[in-house]
Design a protein around this ligand. Structure first.
Ligand code: FAD
Length: 464
């Protein structure tokens, strides 16, 4: 790795050599995990480059390839699994300047990857009353490229499913890491090569995403005195195909009372809360539905309320914002990502809940999967030790619940604990020297890894 030669060859681009900002651009939200915090806190790149065009991306990759310099691409660095952390140092390729919107048409938008999702939504809304089908709860800061390469779904998944479900990405344009980088366009099955691949096998330089009609979504909060009833309420609502909702979040008591500051005085420690985004024209249908659940109390709707302090947008109480709010109040809190699927998903949630006491607090998000309603759990965990966390993971798995482990920095361990052959095969073509975001794809480093215990990337730079 010849850092000095690479920097000299790229000095005419937007090159950041300031150690403080290099360190800042080398970090993401890995620290949500005490396990990753202990291992990755010291990680830093050698320099940061912010390309202004695809041509500059190609130049950076060509030069870094020639000098054996690793390249880790960064959107906004809001990922949770250490996805954007340059484990072996080298170059952070910051996409902040690649924000152009190239075309908006009925049902689709074409843009560069570095645009912040909220800005993209504002533009499609102003252009023709359209918005992205789904976004992470970090829409205000995260980029569309980072969402495609690192995210999985979020606000809108109750209607549209997961980001990688067919039709939720239309086309991606990708630059490879070779002596002479190629530019490739992927659609259909080929999208899986690079979507949710953490930038380990190509840099996305253009995206084409489907759009849906935009609404002035109403935030609605509902309390129920019983958690099982709250989970049932959320699942039943999501199955009401005529009632358009964009978010169904269920938080076990006392999450809202303990961690949502602006809910103070509006909920008690015994209230389980369902947080919703409802289309304005669906409010009548929703209120009719809610009236069938005598214990459900609508305590807030964003278009008519008397709360002294506006609680803000509903989606910033859902997905991983729930975790963020909890750990701001109680720093020992971390989380797990659980998939509760199958016809008995509510029974699985009940079994998990029965197995643990206050060590775990349930936080559920409705998702659509293959036409069915399922719950994703972003369970809040009061962390004690790594061993106990491992035990909690095993207990979930024994109860038939799949865990996507957010305390790991590799694609495989954060996913289904198996190799994605399409991603691996494409990495062999597109990054033959293994320079893109090294350490994140176990199958590249240790093909026969047995998934027992945390994978420790041998190339992880030691702390100084
Ligand atoms: P980064 O963190 O910068 O990057 C993510 C990954 O993508 C990295 O591996 C990076 O190398 C790669 N990458 C970035 N740009 C490119 C590119 N152009 N080409 C190739 N690879 C690239 N995630 C969800 O899916 N749903 C949620 O609802 C959600 N809620 C969150 C809430 C909070 C409070 C936090 C902290 C995180 C949440 N996340 C969620 C995770 C994260 O915010 C999202 O996945 C987000 O979309 C990542 O975008 P980013 O621009 O910050 O990407």
């Amino acid at each position: 790795m010849d850092i000095a030669a690479a920097k000299a060859a790229l000095a005419h681009l937007e090159l950041d050599e300031n150690p403080t900002s290099i360190r800042a651009k080398s970090r993401d939200f890995f620290w949500y995990s005490p396990v990753l915090k202990a291992r990755l806190d010291h990680v830093t790149a050698d320099f940061v480059i912010s390309p202004r065009s695809e041509a500059e991306v190609i130049e950076v990759l060509r030069v870094c390839h020639a000098h054996g310099v690793p390249v880790t691409v960064r959107g906004a660095g809001t990922g949770n699994y250490g996805q954007a952390m340059p484990l072996a140092g080298g170059c952070v390729l910051h996409m902040k300047n690649m924000v152009a919107i190239k075309a908006i048409a009925p049902g689709r938008v074409i843009c560069e990857p570095g645009i912040v999702i909220r800005d993209l939504d504002a533009a499609t809304r102003a252009h023709s009353g359209q918005e992205l089908r789904m976004c992470p709860s970090t829409a205000a800061t995260a980029t569309i490229g980072g969402f495609i390469a690192g995210g999985s779904g979020g606000v809108g998944s109750v209607r549209w499913g997961a980001l990688r479900d067919l039709g939720n990405i239309i086309r991606l344009r990708v630059v490879t890491m070779e002596a002479a980088p190629s530019v490739l366009e992927f659609t259909g099955e080929e999208l899986h090569r690079v979507s949710h691949a953490y930038g380990t096998n190509g840099i996305i330089t253009e995206v084409e995403m489907p759009l849906a009609p935009a609404y002035d979504w109403l935030g609605v909060f509902v309390t129920l005195p019983d958690f099982a009833a709250a989970a049932q309420f959320g699942a039943d609502l999501a199955r009401q195909d005529g009632i358009l909702v964009k978010l169904v979040t269920v938080c076990e008591a006392p999450v809202a009372d303990a961690y949502f500051q602006r809910f103070k005085g509006r909920v008690t420690a015994a209230d389980h809360v369902v947080i919703l985004m409802v289309a304005p024209h669906a409010m009548d249908g929703f209120l009719t539905f809610a009236a069938r659940y005598p214990e459900a109390q609508v305590i807030y709707r964003s278009d008519a309320h008397d709360w002294p302090r506006d609680p803000g947008v509903a989606y910033e109480y859902g997905w991983n914002h729930t975790t963020l709010r909890a750990l701001k109040v109680e720093p020992s809190i971390t989380y797990l990502q659980v998939r509760y699927a199958g016809p008995d998903f509510l029974a699985k949630i009940a079994a998990v809940r029965a197995r643990f006491g206050p060590e775990l607090m349930q936080h559920l998000e409705v998702m659509r999967e293959g036409g069915q309603v399922i719950y994703a759990g972003l369970t809040l965990v009061r962390f004690t030790t790594e061993d106990r966390l491992e035990e909690i993971v095993r207990i979930h798995e024994d109860l038939g619940c799949m865990i996507f482990n957010p305390h790991r920095y590799t694609l495989e361990e954060g996913g289904r604990q198996s190799v994605d052959d399409r991603q691996l095969a494409f990495k062999r073509e597109a990054d033959p020297q293994g320079l893109l975001n090294p350490g994140k794809m176990i199958a590249w480093d240790v093909p026969d890894w047995a998934y027992q215990g945390i994978y420790a990337y041998a190339g992880l730079r030691a702390a100084e």
